[in-house]
Design a protein around this ligand. Structure first.
Ligand code: URA
Length: 214
């Protein structure tokens, strides 16, 4: 039996999501199929991540009568992609919430210090009443995810969630220690990291698989 997920993790284990993830993991899945599946999977995950979004009532006219009907304010939602692989998840998320705002953050690992260094940061202004969903497919060591969220916190958003396709136990621990207030949404927690920092069994390099760069 699988171990229970840590308390900071929301396992999104819908059968459709799990099935698509399995196809993405397969070595023989093509770049085109991988990208398409990532888009579909991100759309499905967006449902779960936005489940607790606030709704307000608006007066509308149906062909029959006036009514008070629920609407969301999509503009309050900001998807922030951790470059480069996060961008592959954005399309599906935006398909589900087209009015959402978008930000990008780019980090690389300094070869000397092994610490994440920021090279790009662009997010919407006036973040105080916005809810942020950070997207990055692979939560591996957790170092860059934790650094990205730290940077985003400086902008003072109302809330932050982190969404990935796969998480390693090491990444969950590191991220959770740095940001116990930020929930992680993922369909799967894999076994471990290998010596190169790849998730095992994982799916390989997510960026290379979605862009065909290897
Ligand atoms: N980044 C990836 O793309 N894959 C991994 O397995 C770990 C980090």
């Amino acid at each position: 039996m699988a171990a229970a997920a840590p308390s900071n993790v929301h396992l999104i284990d819908h059968p459709l999501i799990l099935h698509k993830l399995t196809v993405m993991r397969r070595r023989e899945t093509t770049t085109r199929e991988f990208r398409q599946l990532l888009r579909e999977l991100s759309m499905l995950m967006a449902y779960e991540v936005t489940r607790d979004m606030a709704i307000t009532l608006e007066t509308i006219e149906t062909p029959i009568a006036a009514m008070q009907a629920p609407v969301i304010d999509g503009k309050k939602l900001v998807f922030i992609s951790v470059l480069r692989a996060g961008t592959g998840m954005l399309d599906g998320m935006l398909e589900t919430v087209p009015a959402a705002r978008v930000g990008h953050i780019g980090l690389y690992r300094d070869p000397e210090t092994l610490q994440p260094v920021e090279y790009y940061f662009k997010i919407p202004k006036e973040m105080a009443d916005r809810d942020v969903v950070v997207v990055d497919p692979m939560l591996a060591t957790g170092n860059s995810a934790a650094a990205a969220v730290q940077r985003i916190k400086e902008a003072g958003p109302r809330s932050i969630k982190f969404v990935c396709l796969l998480a390693a136990p090491e990444g969950i621990a590191t991220f959770g220690a740095a940001h116990p207030d930020v929930p992680i949404y993922t369909p799967a927690i894999d076994e471990r990291l290998n010596d190169h920092g790849y998730i095992v069994p994982g799916l390989g390099d997510a960026g290379d698989r979605m862009y065909g760069t290897r």
